[in-house]
Write a protein that binds this ligand. Structure first.
Ligand SMILES: [Zn+2]
Length: 270
């Protein structure tokens, strides 16, 4: 028993040190992996994904993804400077690509700002403002380091407490797969990929990003209504307990609209 308590104490101490704070919401998150480690790994992984994928040859849609991406990027940088969390963006090197895959209703952003949209999500986005809803949301996952947090949790659960360097050394393929799962790319579940806490956080932060970028935040609940209709209102069974229902998410977004509208009006382009 004594031994167990001693171990718990060490573990608690370890976890306290290995914590980070999410910008905007202030939530404490597990962080056994640093950005200095995970961002270079993301870049390598992203390069691989883009090399193996077929990029869309739709010039208009591709240009739209890049335009929305760069407007959201500027909004994030502006907001980070204003709120004093520019440090969270250190090492970012933004990139936005559209992958030709109509059956994948998904988009993601890796640590470090590497974004991929799949053509399968474009009909649900419907227009540029719809793309901004998804872009704001995915970029918010990256800015809030949700991928890094899940990577840290996954390494604890699957690989023990080892560092990323050790994990890569002993099991590079497994570690790379863990990264893809951690950012929501290694799943067919589309947009239903993070926990309730992460999804709510990304919705809240993403709404602010899109508003500052000059996109009307009122499009966000509308996007999720279309998403809900598209999935027949059903989430896959294993996600029902951990994932926010479309109804909860839409009502939460509506509750956050007044604040987002303030940002939208403040930064509105004339
Ligand atoms: Zn999400």
């Amino acid at each position: 028993m004594k031994y167990f308590n001693f171990l718990s104490l060490i573990l608690a101490g370890f976890l306290m040190v290995q914590c980070a704070t999410v910008p905007v919401t202030g939530r404490k998150q597990l962080s056994t992996v640093s950005n200095d480690e995970i961002i270079p790994m993301s870049f390598t992984q992203y390069e691989q994904v883009i090399k193996e994928a077929k990029l869309s040859d739709d010039k208009e849609q591709t240009a739209m993804i890049k335009r929305v991406g760069s407007r959201i990027q500027k909004a994030v940088e502006l907001y980070a400077a204003e709120q004093g969390f520019s440090d969270a963006l250190r090492g970012f090197n933004w990139e936005f690509n559209l992958i030709d895959n109509d059956s994948t209703v998904n988009a993601w952003c890796m640590p470090g700002g590497k974004v991929a949209f799949y053509t399968g999500i474009m009909p649900i986005c419907k227009d540029e403002t719809g793309v901004a809803v998804v872009m704001g949301h995915e970029v918010a996952h990256a800015v809030a380091s949700h991928g890094r947090e899940r990577m840290s949790q996954g390494m604890m659960a699957q690989l023990g407490l080892g560092s990323l360097q050790v994990a890569m050394g002993s099991n590079p393929t497994g570690t790379q797969e863990l990264l893809m799962q951690s950012i929501g790319a290694g799943t067919q579940l589309g947009m239903l990929k993070f926990s309730r806490t992460h999804e709510s956080e990304a919705d809240k932060i993403g709404l602010i990003f899109m508003a500052i970028a000059g996109y009307n935040p009122e499009a966000a609940p509308k996007f999720w209504e279309r998403m809900s209709a598209g999935s027949g209102g059903q989430a896959p069974p294993e996600w029902q307990s951990t994932h926010p229902s479309h109804e909860t998410r839409i009502s939460d977004l509506n509750a956050q609209l007044p604040k987002a509208r303030e940002y939208y009006n403040k930064y509105k382009r004339n």
